[in-house]
Ligand binder design. Structure first.
Ligand code: HH2
Length: 295
């Protein structure tokens, strides 16, 4: 594989991936926006989307089906009802690429028609028909595709995940998904790969995968990493509840970026932006500071 993919083409938007970029998470599941009808939900989603963009998000990831461990699957009509009005409203109001987090091929097609520039599938486009829809959207509309690794399905994936060598197995899975996309004619600049933290993985698996990020990144396609507020952060910090995981999440996002991740999927955009900016000011650009002082 080629060594670098410095650009991500998301439909009509292009992102320079020479720096890590922040993907803000926009949940349109009922637990995120519990009250109000459809209009209220769209309004609330738009307000939160604007806040995330102002804070530094350069992609927004809209999801209408929770994939938390044990989550019940959502039917197509319900997921459609939650997601499509939000994609339509955001694509009219904001000039950032919109990602839709779905495993369902019908919704993928409709989301692209509504303005999505990236299809994010935690199931790695393995549902029947998903790969075909994704490839067609990539070739005809230039949308980007994020293929994630998951062992099992959300309802049961945390019951007893097992690997002989988690890094090697995830690497092989992602390489095979990438090969399927490339062979079908999807350009490299439209592919993201994601090791899928917390998806059919124990804490040990997650830690091994995190340490394996440089190896996964070395394969040459850009990596998306999503560890924000996940239980691995909570457990590693001593059983932190979910609302107290944002500082840890920002630090983990920074560490992932240092390990080679190019897109960071996060809830707290401002904290992540600050972590990346400080790294860049205090460390990555240290040579520039020295030059400025010497001149
Ligand atoms: N994680 C979640 C959902 N979608 N997509 C990608 N590509 N990578 C991920 O790691 C990923 C994902 C799970 O996030 P969750 O904890 O359910 O948060 P939210 O419900 O806010 O999406």
């Amino acid at each position: 594989m080629n060594t670098k993919a410095p650009r991500l083409q998301c439909g009509t938007h292009a992102l320079d991936l020479s720096q890590p970029r922040i993907m803000g998470i926009l949940n349109v599941t009922p637990d995120s926006f519990s009250d109000g009808g459809r209009y209220a939900r769209v309004e609330a989603a738009l307000a939160h989307a604007r806040e995330m963009v102002a804070a530094g998000a350069e992609i927004l990831d809209i999801g209408g089906e929770s994939t938390r461990p044990g989550a019940e699957p959502v039917g197509l009509d319900e997921e459609r009802r939650r997601v499509l009005p939000v994609v339509e409203a955001l694509s009219a109001a904001l000039d950032v690429p919109l990602s839709v987090d779905t495993m369902k091929p019908a919704l993928m097609r409709e989301a692209v028609a509504a303005g999505a520039g990236l299809l994010n599938d935690v199931n790695g486009f393995r549902a029947e028909g998903a790969l075909e829809v994704a490839i067609t959207a990539a070739r005809e509309q230039g949308v980007a595709l994020c293929a994630m690794h998951m062992q099992g399905a959300p309802q049961s994936m945390q019951q007893a995940p097992q690997y002989r060598d988690v890094v090697a197995e995830v690497e092989a899975f992602l390489a095979a998904r990438a090969a399927a996309l490339l062979e079908a004619g999807v350009p490299r600049a439209q592919i993201l790969l994601d090791p899928g933290f917390g998806f059919g993985k124990t804490l040990e698996h997650n830690v091994a995968l995190f340490r394996g990020l440089p190896r996964l990144a070395a394969a040459g396609l850009p990596l998306l990493v999503g560890v924000s507020r996940k239980s691995m952060i909570g457990v590693l910090l001593g059983d932190r509840p979910v609302q107290e995981r944002d500082a840890g999440s920002a630090i983990a996002a920074l560490l992932a970026a240092q390990a080679g991740a190019r897109v960071l999927r996060v809830h707290d955009v401002a904290a992540t932006r600050d972590a990346l900016a400080l790294y860049s000011a205090l460390w990555a650009d240290a040579g520039d500071v020295q030059d400025r002082q010497e001149n």
